[in-house]
Design a protein around this ligand. Structure first.
Ligand code: SF4
Ligand code: SF4
Length: 410
């Protein structure tokens, strides 16, 4: 093991390989507050990439219902049980989780528990990262417990959590293209690699022998073994589209299929980099409204979530780390800049590398949760990898009034 820096944990941690970060890291942001679980993203992925016999388990994108849903069943409950102190071990300086703000260096404080890698080392296990292989029956469907809010409604096989008041939310899941992938660490064949140019994590199908070590040690359970071919597959981040090889793109990097198909307009994909005016970087690192999923696992996942504002905070802190309170606060009473950047979600399939805001008139003001909120009809402009404008939209959605006579007038 070597020591690498994990910014989500606010500290260095042990990992089998040296730290190596691409200049542009594939990243995505999902706004859980807007997802309607229509599964259009799930089908867009499935129909694009998995078309052979033996594809039954292959749901590289799935949308599950929390807290009782999961694909495979109970994946997070089971993994959380494998690491010690999976929550409430974040703060070192006595700051309260609700008020703490640590800047961008260690934005969520310091995680003091053990990651999946550190737990495996401390326990002297024959694994690089603690993990387990799900049983076949746990892979049956991509949204177990759909729209389920109470454990008492559930047959015995579902995860056992205490009974709680009625709430649920949807969580959208793809491979996180982690900075420190558990799958890559685990593979004895070195069949898994992380691309230097964009951080996409891929499995070399020719080298894979189907040992399923990646299935075991990815805490998010995103590599999937295909029984028919006896090799493992996973989300490939639609890399031909990222590379601008989709015929539609005219050479420009384009968002993945699951992102561009999203009906609820909850998804934005891009690259995490050092540019503070990159919308993805701004939402994650500058404004801190989008958070990693289970950062305590230690893989530094690169898919980020705006947490649901109605779910219990303790649950959200365990799931997204101690930044959950600050993120929800910012989302519920959005700043002028946040409203403008959020308007970019699903306005174009072309990847936006930088944004600019042109100020517009005041639309109205009100009070939300005792805080003053003012809305301005600003214009946000997105620029592609070549610096050319690829999208322009306003905060207020334009209203189009249909003329009396129109195409389907009777
Ligand atoms: S989410 Fe799992 S499969 Fe994807 S890169 Fe991370 S460890 Fe590997
Ligand atoms: S397409 Fe969008 S709204 Fe529909 S389930 Fe997927 S993420 Fe949610």
């Amino acid at each position: 093991m070597t020591l690498v820096h994990n910014w989500q944990l606010g500290r260095r941690m042990e990992y089998p390989y040296f730290e190596s970060r691409p200049k542009h890291q594939f990243a995505a942001i999902f706004n859980t507050n807007r997802c309607i679980a229509c599964q259009t993203c799930t089908m867009a992925c499935k129909s694009t990439w998995t078309f052979n016999k033996g594809q039954e388990y292959m749901w590289w994108n799935n949308v599950e219902t929390k807290p009782y849903g999961g694909y495979p069943q109970s994946w997070d409950v089971k993994t959380l049980k494998l690491i010690d102190s999976p929550d409430n071990t974040w703060y070192t300086d006595g700051k309260d989780a609700k008020t703490a703000s640590y800047g961008t260096g260690a934005p969520y404080g310091t995680y003091e528990g053990d990651t999946i890698f550190e737990t495996a080392k401390r326990k002297n296990l024959n694994q690089w990262a603690v993990g387990y292989i799900p049983e076949d029956k746990e892979w049956r469907a991509p949204n177990f417990g759909e729209d389920t809010a109470r454990s008492s409604n559930q047959p015995g096989e579902y995860s056992s959590l205490p009974e709680h008041s009625r709430w649920f939310f949807y969580i959208q899941r793809i491979c996180n293209h982690c900075t420190y992938p558990g799958c890559l660490a685990a593979c004895p064949r070195k069949a898994i690699y992380k691309r230097k140019e964009d951080g996409i994590v891929l499995i070399d199908q020719k080298r894979c022998r189907g040992y399923r070590k990646c299935v075991e040690q990815c805490p998010y359970k995103k590599p999937m073994y295909r029984g028919l071919t006896r090799v493992t597959e996973k989300c490939i981040a639609c890399y031909p589209r990222i590379e601008g090889r989709d015929p539609l793109t005219e050479g420009r990097p384009m968002e993945t299929r699951c992102m561009s198909a999203c009906v609820g307009q909850i998804r934005l994909q891009g690259f995490l980099d050092d540019n503070p005016k990159n919308p993805v970087t701004w939402l994650i690192r500058e404004h801190k409204v989008a958070l990693p999923l289970y950062p305590q696992f230690g893989t530094e996942p690169n898919v980020y979530y705006i947490p649901p504002r109605w779910a219990p905070r303790a649950y959200l802190r365990q799931m997204f780390g101690p930044g959950a309170d600050e993120a929800i606060e910012k989302f519920m009473v959005p700043s002028r800049e946040l409203l403008a950047v959020m308007s970019l979600f699903r306005m174009t399939q072309t990847i936006v590398y930088e944004f600019k805001i042109e100020q517009g008139p005041k639309v109205f003001e009100t009070e939300i949760h005792g805080k003053k909120f003012t809305m301005y009809n600003d214009t946000v402009i997105g620029y592609g990898d070549d610096g050319k404008e690829v999208v322009r939209t306003t905060v207020e959605e334009p209203v189009h009034i249909r003329p009396d006579k129109h195409y389907n007038s009777i």
